[in-house]
Design a protein around this ligand. Structure first.
Ligand SMILES: Nc1nc2c(c(=O)[nH]1)N[C@H]1C(S)=C(S)[C@@H](COP(=O)(O)O)O[C@H]1N2
Ligand SMILES: [Mo]
Length: 362
């Protein structure tokens, strides 16, 4: 067993703050990711909150501010379960770094994404109890972990617009795959915002605030924004670029591993595909020969509208070095861009270009 209860084959990008992604093989094994393989993305030290002392506060533009223990939350609200794929905005950043370097950002491969069954209360139910005032337009989430990478160093926070906050899929979650939320994933309580960048699913939640404006924290105003390619990330001012929220269509290849050497004979290619909010994965195609010919993949393992799907295709590879490519379409007919070049942005977010692995067949 590796650190934070993760398996030994995790690719650990950093131990402090802890940032690690599962091996593609671990993700390929199951459409629901085991907790010990689930990616972990942290901007500061992992807090150790005492569940006996911990309280959630709900404040800001509300009629009745709340202060509740975990037990009170569990007793007061219906417990609901949603299977959710969390994806970091930096998932697949390595493909953008290959275009042009992105200093200071984690070079995530295909694995800054994982899927689990989360259980908890609907944020909408908690907000109904507190009574949000009509001026409320955004719901902010606050955590105690202080990130030295923020400017100035500050506790982690983020917000979502009220419309999303009231949607039935948005949870304040206390379990993950039927076990109490592990410490590294936000114990005792985290926000889970399906279909949005992972950054808004704030862990170690201590305070939920109703506001008229988005969070003024660094991770809302400065990080997790799509800056134009010509911008210098260090010189961007708060509010520059486009705030990231809902995620778009994406897919990647999980098996075989990039660089694998394979015997003759048919090869099974396995991967994932994820559609944006309100859309479904409609089609996945795989090319065994560097995008010359394409085969339709079999898409399987759907678990509701907020989870990725896995796909597989059995192909015959030409002998020698080949590039296997995958691309997806969603139910609105949108597809993925062929190459990462035009997607390059200074912080390296939202790479959804065609997936590619290089394989060698004898
Ligand atoms: N308090 C807090 N919440 C956080 C973060 C953090 O650093 N601190 N990282 C965010 C980011 S960027 C992502 S992608 C997800 C990762 O969740 P996981 O570690 O459970 O996979 O948590 C989000 N919530
Ligand atoms: Mo993230």
């Amino acid at each position: 067993m590796g650190i934070w209860g993760k398996r030994d084959d995790m690719l650990v990008h950093a131990r402090q703050p802890f940032n690690a992604e599962p091996s593609p093989a671990a993700l390929a094994g199951a459409p629901t990711t085991p907790v010990d393989a689930f990616y972990s993305r942290n901007h500061g030290p992992v807090p150790d909150l005492d569940p006996a002392q911990w309280k959630l506060e709900v404040d800001g533009l509300v009629g009745t501010p709340l202060r509740m223990s975990l037990e009170e939350l569990r007793e007061s609200f219906d417990e609901v379960e949603v299977t959710v794929t969390l994806q970091c905005a930096g998932n697949r950043r390595a493909g953008l770094i290959a275009v042009r370097d992105i200093p200071g950002e984690t070079p995530w491969g295909p694995g800054a994404i994982s899927t689990a069954r989360f259980r908890g209360a609907r944020l909408a139910d908690v907000l109904a109890r507190a009574g949000a005032e009509p001026r409320t337009a955004h719901i902010a989430f606050h955590a105690p972990d202080v990130s030295a990478s923020a400017d100035p160093p500050q506790p982690y926070a983020g917000s979502i617009p009220l419309g999303k906050a009231l949607a039935p899929e948005v949870l304040l979650a206390w379990t993950m795959n039927d076990v109490p939320l592990p410490r590294v994933h936000g114990a005792p309580l985290r926000a889970v915002v399906p279909g949005w960048i992972g950054a808004r699913s704030v862990k170690w939640l201590t305070r939920v605030t109703a506001r008229s404006t988005p969070s003024d924290g660094y991770f809302q105003t400065s990080a997790y924004r799509l800056l134009p390619a010509g911008f210098h990330a260090d010189r961007a001012a708060p509010g520059d670029g486009t705030e990231l929220g809902p995620t778009g269509l994406n897919c990647d290849i999980l098996s075989p591993d990039d660089g694998a050497r394979l015997p003759r004979g048919p090869v099974e290619i396995i991967g994932y595909a994820l559609a944006g909010e309100g859309r479904a994965v409609a089609r996945v195609e795989v090319s065994p020969d560097g995008a010359r010919t394409w085969t339709r993949a079999d898409v399987y393992g759907a678990d509701g509208p907020w989870a990725w799907r896995h796909w597989r295709a059995t192909v015959n590879l030409p002998a020698g070095e080949v590039e296997v490519v995958a691309r997806a379409w969603d139910s609105a007919g949108a597809s993925m861009p062929e190459s990462p070049g035009p997607l390059w942005n200074p912080k390296g977010y939202a790479n959804n270009s065609w997936a590619r692995v290089r394989l060698h067949r004898r």
